[in-house]
Design a protein around this ligand. Structure first.
Ligand code: GLY
Length: 318
């Protein structure tokens, strides 16, 4: 397997089939970027293996599960903590062919919220189930239990809580991405039947007020896919929800059928209305173009091609 590193935003290559990202942000609190690269690589490999034996939902679910299990990204085991020092997680996944989606918000129980979202998509008539009811469902279907906050997340939480400006950061969410360093994982994929899918999973923004839910479980905001395009977003959920960012890209794409221009256009609008350091997006279209763009300092992301070439991009400068 060949790995290529590239700087910055997007790229067009032949036959990319799966894209993943580890979250937009400054990545300032993360010392070992190699660890992040390894997680991206493992995640892409897991998604790639599902291409052979599964569909686009398997590709996205399995890719995201690897990132949730890494313990070093803001999702699953590595989820960051809310203001009270607790974890609540959100996740969502959509099948672009049927527009059937599944999502969970403010869950505590499952180690892999993306698995619960996937269950809701496939086995229930609903799209979004929240809180204790979603946790009960996770237990009922025997999903693995989350062991609780990681040491790393607790350390970060203590550091943030000790910041004398902590109250301002909580109230002005727009500063949160700068402060915290990284946010949410996501994946978009196209399978051998040309079905597109998008999925996301997150612990939400650090120090969120208890009960706050972000963009990740909101179809059209944090994730979206149809028959032509799949988009996954990361960053300040309040902004992503207010702009319905993922759906917005699909709307522009409907007119120009140009993935890069559509995503650039949506980010230009964000820059204009909300400023820098707030969001990132990855996308794939039915023509198998892939692209990633962010207005934060970094957004580690990458993609894998049918011939198993991995490209890693958007790493922070060190
Ligand atoms: N983008 C994740 C969140 O705001 O919760």
């Amino acid at each position: 397997m060949k790995i290529v590193f590239e700087k910055g935003g997007g790229s067009l290559m032949s036959e990319p089939i799966l894209v993943v990202h580890a979250g937009a942000g400054t990545w300032k609190n993360v010392e070992d970027i190699n660890q992040i690269v390894n997680v991206l690589k493992d995640s892409l490999e897991a998604g790639y293996n599902s291409y052979r034996n599964g569909n686009c939902l398997d590709m996205v679910t399995n890719a995201i599960e690897v990132m949730e299990n890494s313990g070093i990204l803001n999702a699953g085991l590595g989820s960051t903590l809310d203001y009270s020092g607790n974890i609540t997680m959100d996740a969502g996944i959509v099948d672009g062919n049927s527009l059937k989606a599944g999502a969970v918000a403010a869950v505590v129980y499952p180690k892999n919220p993306i698995r619960l979202a996937r269950f809701i998509l496939e086995k229930t008539p609903h799209l979004l189930i929240v809180g204790q009811y979603a946790d009960d469902l996770a237990k009922k279907i025997n999903l693995e239990k989350h062991p609780g906050p990681s040491e790393k997340s607790v350390e970060l939480w203590k550091k943030l809580k000790n910041n004398p400006n902590v109250e301002n950061f909580v109230l002005e969410r727009i500063n949160a991405a700068k402060l915290i360093g990284y946010d949410t994982v996501g994946s978009v994929a196209i399978d051998k039947d040309n079905c597109l899918s998008s999925g996301v999973s997150t612990g939400g923004v650090s120090l969120k007020l208890p009960g706050r839910v972000g963009d990740s479980p909101i179809l059209g905001a944090g994730y979206y896919a149809n028959k032509k395009i799949a988009i996954a977003a990361t960053g300040i959920g309040e902004i992503i929800m207010a702009t319905l960012l993922s759906y917005k890209v699909s709307e522009i794409y409907e007119k120009n059928e140009n993935l890069k221009d559509s995503m650039n256009h949506a980010i230009d609008e964000i820059n204009k209305n909300f400023g820098k350091d707030v969001v990132g997006i990855i996308g794939i279209d039915y023509k198998k173009n892939v692209y990633g763009i962010y207005n934060t300092e970094a957004m580690p992301w990458g993609y894998i091609t049918l011939d198993r070439k991995i490209v890693i991009k958007g790493l922070p400068n060190r």
